[in-house]
Design a binder for this molecule. Structure first.
Ligand code: RB5
Length: 143
């Protein structure tokens, strides 16, 4: 189950992503927001991170205007590794190297075509399981 959340700056892209997940038969839970009316992105970051930490969802997608605010908010939560990606190379690398559990996107930065490719790359790339990457991730978690 993928947790998906956004603020008003990410709402339009979130709708495209939900349609795409549905088409691919990927189960998701939409944590809002539900329109382009202005809201506060940390609220949605908290909902999605909470769903991951509770085990309800295995990973998440968060979208705001730039992807920056919502990823900063998500990364304050211990156990969360949110990666802001603007291309498929970083989306693949952050799964292989960082075992990122949240993909952050900027709805005002990437167009829907590229964003959906980034989503597919992120969701379809498993963690490498390499010892060196495991060690680095556990060093992050120690802090
Ligand atoms: C909202 O205007 C905008 O600040 C927000 O979507 C995001 O880009 C923050 O980092």
């Amino acid at each position: 189950m993928i947790a998906v959340g956004c603020d008003h700056g990410g709402y339009a892209l979130k709708q495209e992503i939900l349609k795409h997940l549905k088409k691919r038969g990927i189960e998701y839970k939409d944590f809002g927001c539900d329109s382009e009316e202005a809201v506060d992105y940390p609220v949605y970051a908290r909902k999605v991170t909470g769903a991951i930490l509770s085990g309800e969802c295995e990973s998440g997608i968060l979208i705001c205007g730039t992807g920056i605010g919502i990823s900063i908010a998500a990364n304050k939560v211990k156990g969360i590794r949110a990666a802001l990606c603007t291309d498929c190379f970083t989306a693949e690398a952050t799964r292989l190297h960082n075992d990122a559990n949240i993909l952050a996107l900027g709805g005002r930065v990437v167009g829907p075509g590229l964003a959906l490719k980034i989503v597919d790359t992120f969701l379809d790339t498993p963690f490498s399981q390499d010892e060196r990457h495991k060690r680095r991730i556990s060093l992050i978690e120690e802090e």
